[in-house]
Design a protein around this ligand. Structure first.
Ligand code: CA
Length: 467
């Protein structure tokens, strides 16, 4: 939907993005790489073998991790689905264009979705002749102007809603129906397999030009539905539904890598792997040792497992500890594809390639910021500030306290003030949120933050009839 997007904001990008997009080319790559973003939904920080899980089996994802670099301090730009995706696909803090609350509009505004003033990574890669495909969950608007086909993707095979059943629905609405470029698709079987199969077929059929694939699995978001065969495999598992859904997800990621290997494309395919936000309270996930979960500003909400793999250019079996954002995916993809034509949008991310090639050291970002309505947070070096509007601040030092339990806001007031100033300055660059969330959910979110800020367990994590 068209919304006002002032020149002031464009100017603000320039003025306030000292860490802005690197246009520097790194390396001499004969053929442009394929680029795949594998985005999971609500996956737990600790729920993969490569992240130390001892009870969930992810052999193919672990292989992907071994083939590249594992990030230990990577963050999405929002702790819930839709704004996180808006940030990732535009490379801009989504609050700059008012995409701050979850979903894509509210009962008063109707469906607003992604601002017409911003371009997606697919738009950008079209300018240097990539084929582009979005597969799976969209959740960036259901109006015609926000359809993936209008936002840079030649091909869309997925659904517009924020979630749906993993099995065929009898009469799905237009948001929940599986579709291919607007046309309803009837499928059989299990959706994670269907999306994985489509991705593998797409790779097979698009070998002549490099492609960009946004592969947005809805796993492991609710509903907690898995195949009978997978449930049987994990029948004695205490988290059998999540274990089975994760197993299927892993199989399909393995399927895609096998197809790339079969076609000798694996070496020159740049793969990003991450979750759109932290593990949720309603899908059996674990974020250990992080505090919090999807929807709140503690690390469990926004620090995510992340892998970058590009065997041809990036040395495998490494860790990267620098402060990284999902907003960096856009700039990194432009750099990897040697895109010099897309210059219509100033980006908040930076290219990670110089860091991954060890040409640069340190943190890609000195600061990162988060805000969704009344809750905000800032990161500066190892310090983390959390603010609940009208209630107060908490300050933590993550090197010593990754679980965010020891509040330093009183003893280190000068740090708190400095970070508060930086947060304020960042907020001055943002647009008013274009829609809000339902009051019952805003109340729950406030209650959860108050509880966690006082190192207590919340009494409730979702609205009940009593409130
Ligand atoms: Ca999500």
């Amino acid at each position: 939907m068209k919304i006002a997007f002032s020149l002031f904001l464009i100017h603000a990008f320039v003025a306030c993005s000292p860490e802005g997009n690197s246009k520097k080319n790194t390396g001499n790559i004969a053929a442009k790489p394929n680029i795949i973003v594998i985005l999971l939904d609500d996956a737990g920080y600790a729920d993969f073998g490569f992240m130390g899980s001892e009870d969930l089996e992810t052999p193919h994802i672990d292989e992907l991790a071994q083939s590249g670099v594992i990030f230990t301090d990577a963050h999405v730009s929002a702790t819930v689905c839709a704004p996180s995706r808006a940030g990732l696909l535009t490379g801009i803090y989504q609050q700059r264009f008012g995409f701050e609350a979850n979903h894509t509009g509210d009962q008063y505004t109707g469906d607003i979705g992604l601002s017409d003033e911003v371009r997606t990574l697919a738009d950008a890669l079209k300018t240097n002749k990539y084929n582009t495909v979005a597969i799976g969950k969209w959740h960036l608007g259901a109006s015609p102007s926000d359809h993936p086909n209008q936002r840079g993707f030649d091909d869309f095979y997925g659904f517009l809603a924020g979630g749906r059943s993993y099995f065929p629905l009898k009469n799905p609405d237009k948001k929940k129906m599986l579709q291919n470029n607007g046309k309803k698709v009837k499928f059989e079987g299990y959706l994670t397999d269907v999306l994985g199969d489509y991705a593998a077929t797409y790779i097979e059929q698009h070998q002549k030009k490099p492609f960009f694939m946004y592969l947005s699995f809805n796993a492991v978001h609710t509903p907690m539905e898995a195949k009978e065969t997978d449930l049987e495999r994990f029948k004695d598992h205490p988290r059998k539904r999540l274990a089975a859904m994760t197993w299927s997800l892993d199989e399909n990621i393995g399927k895609i890598r096998a197809k790339l290997a079969e076609l000798q494309q694996l070496d020159n395919t740049l793969i990003f792997f991450l979750s759109d936000n932290g593990g949720a309270v309603n899908n059996e996930s674990t974020n250990t040792p992080l505090k919090g979960w999807k929807g709140n500003k503690y690390e469990g909400g926004h620090r995510v497992p992340m892998i970058v793999s590009w065997p041809k250019e990036i040395e495998p079996q490494k860790h990267f500890d620098g402060l990284t954002s999902s907003l960096d995916i856009f700039s990194t993809a432009l750099d990897a594809s040697k895109n010099e034509t897309f210059n219509t949008q100033h980006l908040d991310g930076v290219s990670l390639l110089p860091y991954l090639k060890e040409e640069k050291k340190g943190n890609p970002h000195k600061t990162l910021f988060w805000r969704k309505l009344d809750e905000s947070a800032a990161r500066m070096d190892a310090f983390k500030l959390i603010r609940l509007k009208g209630y107060g601040d908490r300050l933590y030092h993550l090197d010593n306290d990754i679980g965010e339990t020891k509040d330093l806001s009183q003893t280190m007031d000068s740090v708190r003030k400095n970070m508060s100033t930086k947060l304020f300055d960042w907020e001055q660059q943002l647009m008013q949120p274009q829609w809000k969330e339902e009051k019952k959910w805003m109340d729950v979110t406030e209650h959860i933050h108050k509880s966690l800020m006082n190192n207590k367990s919340p009494k409730y994590t979702q609205p009940t009839k009593k409130r």
